[in-house]
Design a protein around this ligand. Structure first.
Ligand SMILES: CC(C)(COP(=O)(O)OP(=O)(O)OC[C@H]1O[C@@H](n2cnc3c(N)ncnc32)[C@H](O)[C@@H]1OP(=O)(O)O)[C@@H](O)C(=O)NCCC(=O)NCCS
Length: 189
Protein backbone atom coordinates (compact mmCIF):
# COMPACT_ATOMS: atom_id res chain seq x y z
CA UNK A 1 0.00 0.00 0.00
CA UNK A 2 2.76 2.41 0.93
CA UNK A 3 6.09 2.94 -0.68
CA UNK A 4 8.60 1.23 1.55
CA UNK A 5 10.91 4.23 1.34
CA UNK A 6 8.25 6.35 3.03
CA UNK A 7 8.01 4.11 6.08
CA UNK A 8 11.29 5.31 7.53
CA UNK A 9 11.75 5.93 11.20
CA UNK A 10 12.44 9.59 11.86
CA UNK A 11 13.02 9.22 15.59
CA UNK A 12 15.96 11.16 16.99
CA UNK A 13 19.08 8.93 17.12
CA UNK A 14 19.81 7.85 20.67
CA UNK A 15 16.28 8.50 21.87
CA UNK A 16 13.92 5.64 22.66
CA UNK A 17 11.43 4.64 20.01
CA UNK A 18 7.76 5.10 20.85
CA UNK A 19 5.59 8.18 20.76
CA UNK A 20 8.39 10.20 19.19
CA UNK A 21 8.43 8.12 16.00
CA UNK A 22 6.70 9.65 12.99
CA UNK A 23 5.99 8.60 9.44
CA UNK A 24 5.01 10.72 6.47
CA UNK A 25 2.21 9.06 4.51
CA UNK A 26 2.23 10.25 0.86
CA UNK A 27 -1.44 10.65 -0.05
CA UNK A 28 -0.79 10.65 -3.80
CA UNK A 29 0.84 7.21 -3.53
CA UNK A 30 -2.14 5.51 -1.87
CA UNK A 31 -4.98 3.65 -3.54
CA UNK A 32 -8.44 5.20 -3.33
CA UNK A 33 -9.58 3.22 -0.28
CA UNK A 34 -6.46 3.90 1.73
CA UNK A 35 -6.57 7.58 0.77
CA UNK A 36 -10.19 7.85 1.87
CA UNK A 37 -9.30 6.38 5.27
CA UNK A 38 -6.48 8.88 5.67
CA UNK A 39 -8.71 11.78 4.66
CA UNK A 40 -11.28 10.67 7.22
CA UNK A 41 -8.59 10.89 9.89
CA UNK A 42 -7.45 14.29 8.59
CA UNK A 43 -11.01 15.58 8.96
CA UNK A 44 -10.66 15.02 12.73
CA UNK A 45 -7.50 17.14 13.04
CA UNK A 46 -7.70 20.66 14.43
CA UNK A 47 -5.65 23.44 15.98
CA UNK A 48 -6.67 25.95 18.65
CA UNK A 49 -8.57 29.05 17.53
CA UNK A 50 -5.58 31.35 18.12
CA UNK A 51 -3.43 29.20 15.79
CA UNK A 52 -5.89 29.22 12.89
CA UNK A 53 -4.54 32.43 11.44
CA UNK A 54 -1.27 30.58 10.77
CA UNK A 55 -2.61 27.64 8.79
CA UNK A 56 -5.59 26.51 6.73
CA UNK A 57 -8.17 23.80 7.36
CA UNK A 58 -6.31 20.46 7.17
CA UNK A 59 -8.84 18.55 5.06
CA UNK A 60 -9.27 21.40 2.63
CA UNK A 61 -5.49 21.76 2.26
CA UNK A 62 -5.09 18.04 1.54
CA UNK A 63 -7.88 18.07 -1.06
CA UNK A 64 -6.40 21.09 -2.84
CA UNK A 65 -2.94 19.53 -2.82
CA UNK A 66 -4.26 16.28 -4.29
CA UNK A 67 -5.62 18.25 -7.25
CA UNK A 68 -2.40 20.09 -8.07
CA UNK A 69 0.43 18.40 -9.90
CA UNK A 70 3.15 20.42 -8.17
CA UNK A 71 1.91 19.63 -4.64
CA UNK A 72 2.60 16.49 -2.61
CA UNK A 73 0.35 16.16 0.45
CA UNK A 74 1.36 14.00 3.43
CA UNK A 75 -0.37 12.82 6.56
CA UNK A 76 1.95 12.83 9.57
CA UNK A 77 1.44 9.64 11.57
CA UNK A 78 2.71 8.75 15.01
CA UNK A 79 1.98 5.40 16.61
CA UNK A 80 -0.21 4.51 13.66
CA UNK A 81 -2.46 7.52 14.22
CA UNK A 82 -2.79 10.67 12.10
CA UNK A 83 -1.40 13.60 14.09
CA UNK A 84 -0.90 16.25 11.42
CA UNK A 85 -0.43 17.19 7.78
CA UNK A 86 2.06 18.91 5.54
CA UNK A 87 2.49 19.60 1.83
CA UNK A 88 5.65 19.82 -0.25
CA UNK A 89 5.42 21.85 -3.46
CA UNK A 90 7.82 22.45 -6.32
CA UNK A 91 8.06 25.62 -8.38
CA UNK A 92 6.49 27.87 -5.75
CA UNK A 93 9.26 28.98 -3.38
CA UNK A 94 8.64 32.70 -3.90
CA UNK A 95 5.44 32.17 -1.86
CA UNK A 96 7.78 31.91 1.15
CA UNK A 97 9.88 34.92 0.19
CA UNK A 98 12.58 32.94 -1.64
CA UNK A 99 14.09 34.88 -4.56
CA UNK A 100 13.05 32.32 -7.19
CA UNK A 101 10.46 29.56 -7.50
CA UNK A 102 12.45 26.62 -8.78
CA UNK A 103 15.68 26.21 -6.82
CA UNK A 104 14.13 24.81 -3.61
CA UNK A 105 11.03 22.92 -2.47
CA UNK A 106 8.32 24.79 -0.54
CA UNK A 107 6.98 23.34 2.73
CA UNK A 108 3.44 24.59 3.38
CA UNK A 109 0.22 23.69 5.17
CA UNK A 110 2.09 22.26 8.16
CA UNK A 111 0.24 21.49 11.38
CA UNK A 112 0.13 19.11 14.32
CA UNK A 113 -3.25 18.45 15.93
CA UNK A 114 -3.60 20.53 19.08
CA UNK A 115 -3.98 17.40 21.28
CA UNK A 116 -0.60 16.13 20.03
CA UNK A 117 1.42 19.36 20.15
CA UNK A 118 4.36 19.87 22.49
CA UNK A 119 5.70 16.30 22.22
CA UNK A 120 8.37 16.98 19.63
CA UNK A 121 6.29 15.70 16.72
CA UNK A 122 6.38 19.01 14.86
CA UNK A 123 10.17 19.06 15.04
CA UNK A 124 10.42 15.47 13.80
CA UNK A 125 7.96 16.06 10.97
CA UNK A 126 9.70 19.22 9.79
CA UNK A 127 12.99 17.33 9.72
CA UNK A 128 11.39 14.38 7.93
CA UNK A 129 9.88 16.69 5.32
CA UNK A 130 13.36 17.71 4.18
CA UNK A 131 14.38 14.10 3.68
CA UNK A 132 11.13 13.48 1.81
CA UNK A 133 11.72 16.50 -0.43
CA UNK A 134 15.21 15.22 -1.19
CA UNK A 135 13.70 11.90 -2.31
CA UNK A 136 11.12 13.69 -4.45
CA UNK A 137 13.90 15.68 -6.06
CA UNK A 138 15.85 12.50 -6.77
CA UNK A 139 12.77 10.83 -8.25
CA UNK A 140 11.35 13.72 -10.25
CA UNK A 141 14.47 15.70 -11.08
CA UNK A 142 14.47 19.43 -10.66
CA UNK A 143 17.82 19.79 -8.95
CA UNK A 144 16.46 21.63 -5.93
CA UNK A 145 18.96 22.39 -3.16
CA UNK A 146 16.71 22.22 -0.10
CA UNK A 147 13.42 23.26 1.46
CA UNK A 148 12.07 26.71 2.28
CA UNK A 149 9.04 27.83 4.30
CA UNK A 150 7.66 31.00 5.81
CA UNK A 151 6.46 31.28 9.38
CA UNK A 152 4.71 34.19 11.04
CA UNK A 153 6.88 36.22 13.41
CA UNK A 154 4.10 35.89 16.02
CA UNK A 155 4.18 32.07 15.87
CA UNK A 156 6.67 30.97 18.56
CA UNK A 157 5.78 27.28 18.29
CA UNK A 158 6.41 27.27 14.55
CA UNK A 159 9.64 29.24 14.86
CA UNK A 160 10.88 26.88 17.60
CA UNK A 161 9.92 23.67 15.81
CA UNK A 162 11.54 24.67 12.53
CA UNK A 163 14.69 25.92 14.25
CA UNK A 164 15.01 22.68 16.20
CA UNK A 165 14.56 20.79 12.93
CA UNK A 166 17.57 22.62 11.48
CA UNK A 167 15.91 25.34 9.41
CA UNK A 168 17.83 28.61 9.37
CA UNK A 169 16.28 32.07 9.39
CA UNK A 170 17.10 33.72 6.08
CA UNK A 171 15.26 36.98 6.43
CA UNK A 172 11.94 38.77 6.72
CA UNK A 173 9.10 38.27 4.28
CA UNK A 174 6.19 40.68 4.29
CA UNK A 175 4.05 38.97 1.66
CA UNK A 176 1.85 36.98 4.03
CA UNK A 177 -1.72 37.97 4.78
CA UNK A 178 -1.33 37.52 8.58
CA UNK A 179 1.64 39.88 9.06
CA UNK A 180 5.42 39.66 8.70
CA UNK A 181 6.96 36.23 8.27
CA UNK A 182 10.42 34.73 8.61
CA UNK A 183 11.75 32.88 5.59
CA UNK A 184 13.44 29.70 6.86
CA UNK A 185 15.61 27.34 4.84
CA UNK A 186 17.24 23.95 5.21
CA UNK A 187 19.53 22.55 2.52
CA UNK A 188 19.77 18.90 1.51
CA UNK A 189 23.50 19.08 2.17
C1 LIG B 1 4.04 24.67 14.82
C2 LIG B 1 3.60 23.28 15.24
C3 LIG B 1 3.52 22.40 14.01
C4 LIG B 1 4.67 22.71 16.18
O1 LIG B 1 4.27 21.39 16.49
P1 LIG B 1 4.64 20.70 17.89
O2 LIG B 1 4.47 19.25 17.71
O3 LIG B 1 3.92 21.35 18.99
O4 LIG B 1 6.19 21.07 17.99
P2 LIG B 1 7.24 20.49 19.02
O5 LIG B 1 6.57 19.70 20.08
O6 LIG B 1 8.29 19.83 18.19
O7 LIG B 1 7.78 21.82 19.69
C5 LIG B 1 8.85 22.52 19.14
C6 LIG B 1 9.29 23.56 20.13
O8 LIG B 1 8.32 24.61 20.17
C7 LIG B 1 8.11 24.98 21.50
N1 LIG B 1 6.79 25.55 21.65
C8 LIG B 1 5.62 24.93 21.46
N2 LIG B 1 4.62 25.80 21.67
C9 LIG B 1 5.19 26.97 22.00
C10 LIG B 1 4.68 28.25 22.33
N3 LIG B 1 3.38 28.51 22.34
N4 LIG B 1 5.56 29.21 22.62
C11 LIG B 1 6.91 28.99 22.59
N5 LIG B 1 7.43 27.82 22.25
C12 LIG B 1 6.58 26.82 21.97
C13 LIG B 1 8.24 23.68 22.25
O9 LIG B 1 8.48 23.94 23.62
C14 LIG B 1 9.41 23.03 21.56
O10 LIG B 1 10.63 23.46 22.06
P3 LIG B 1 11.34 22.65 23.25
O11 LIG B 1 11.42 21.23 22.81
O12 LIG B 1 12.66 23.33 23.37
O13 LIG B 1 10.46 22.79 24.45
C15 LIG B 1 2.25 23.29 15.98
O14 LIG B 1 2.35 24.18 17.07
C16 LIG B 1 1.08 23.69 15.11
O15 LIG B 1 0.51 22.87 14.41
N6 LIG B 1 0.67 24.99 15.18
C17 LIG B 1 -0.49 25.46 14.44
C18 LIG B 1 -0.23 25.54 12.94
C19 LIG B 1 1.02 26.28 12.62
O16 LIG B 1 1.36 27.30 13.21
N7 LIG B 1 1.75 25.75 11.64
C20 LIG B 1 2.97 26.34 11.14
C21 LIG B 1 2.66 27.32 10.09
S1 LIG B 1 4.16 27.94 9.35
Amino acid sequence: MLESESEEDFSIPGEPHGPGDIWLIPLKMLDDDARAIQLGAVAELAVEAQQREFVGDPLRMMLISLEEESRFPYVIESGGVAVGVLTLQSGAATLAGWPDDESVWLLRGFLIDSKCQGRGLGTLAARASVEEARKLMARLGGGQAGVVLSVNERNPAGLAAYTKAGFVDSGRYVGGSAGPQRTMYKSFG
